[in-house]
Design a protein around this ligand. Structure first.
Ligand code: AHR
Length: 313
């Protein structure tokens, strides 16, 4: 089939490379940095790609702008890690009308399934449930399962599927324990600085916090600093139990230091997974619509030094 002049120009610019636009959330956490690195090291020219990367600084409007610019540049695929779940219909319809397949990665969108090819990421509800069950077992092992337990949660970006899922999953287990009380839940925007700020205000408002749930590791790091600054201790030998999601290397350091009780894994290495999806689509194969990644958890009862040595992020 004859190429138009514009298509020929495009081919000359990118060779026969597959052009992928990645609309990334931002650079708010260690997890996010590992995720960006995973895409940048996978979508290379040697691997047959040209990657156009956009960091939206945690703003949906920036992500929508990035997607529109990818459409304008007529990329071959658009990959989105959506900052929040809702508000994507219009821009996804524009991509569909332009004939550009959209792949979702990491967080999910609350849109009609026909607007995207597939999604790959962690099961956030399950992560929250695993954390809740871990807490129940931990309290039981300490003989505290009959005690009143006061909990606060540092939530992620409100409306992000990582926040919605983890809050819901932990909440499902909380409902099964009449003696667990959620004192407060506030967003720390998935950042260390905001996590610290919110924890400082929790500590001013409540003097009887038993458990801190941090919806990512970086907020836990901020919370640990706030707890120490308030003259309290946390971790397995401390006054306050604290755990978080992601399980990045720095979380292992915090567990090894005795400041963090547990970390529930969320795997950021989606570059190779999206690469595999694109290669299948290129061959005209079908891909599974929803693809969950297996995830583990880690706590201070484990040999954390050796597990950390094996970890890629
Ligand atoms: O969507 C995944 C979450 O986003 C990670 O838990 C968090 O660290 C990141 O900012």
């Amino acid at each position: 089939e004859a190429e138009t002049e514009a298509e020929a120009k495009d081919d000359a610019a990118s060779g026969d490379l597959i052009v992928v636009g990645y609309a990334q959330v931002g650079a708010e956490s260690d997890w996010r940095t590992a995720n960006t690195e995973s895409f940048k090291s996978t979508f290379t020219e040697e691997n047959g790609y040209k990657l156009i990367f956009d960091d939206a600084q945690q703003k949906q409007e920036n992500q929508i702008k990035a997607i529109r610019s990818f459409i304008q540049q007529d990329v071959d695929y658009i990959v989105v890690a959506p900052v929040v779940e809702t508000g994507w219909e219009a821009v996804l319809q524009e991509a569909q009308e332009a004939g550009i397949p959209v792949i979702l990665s990491d967080r999910q969108m609350d849109v009609d399934e026909s607007l995207y090819e597939c999604w790959v990421g962690g099961n956030f509800i399950k992560e929250g449930e695993i954390a809740g069950n871990w807490l129940a077992d931990y309290l039981k092992a300490q003989g505290r399962d009959g005690e009143d337990i006061n909990i606060v949660t540092l939530q992620g970006t409100i409306g992000a599927s990582a926040q919605v899922g983890r809050t819901e999953g932990f909440g499902n287990i909380l409902k099964q324990h009449d003696n667990w009380k959620m004192l407060d839940m506030q967003t720390g925007e998935f950042t260390q600085a905001k996590g610290q700020e919110v924890m400082e205000s929790f500590l001013k408002s409540y003097d009887d916090i038993d458990v801190v749930v941090a919806e990512n590791d970086n907020m836990a790091f901020g919370a640990i600093d706030a707890i120490k600054a308030a003259g309290k201790t946390c971790g397995p030998d401390g006054d306050i139990i604290i755990f978080s999601f992601d399980a990045v290397k720095a979380a292992f350091d915090a567990m090894i230091a005795g400041d963090l009780n547990a970390a529930f894994e969320c795997n950021p290495l989606h570059g190779p997974r999206v690469d595999e999806i694109i290669k299948k689509l290129e061959k005209g194969e079908t891909v599974e619509k929803i693809q969950y990644v297996d995830e583990a958890y880690f706590d201070t009862s484990m040999d954390l030094e050796s597990i950390k040595a094996e970890r890629a992020y």
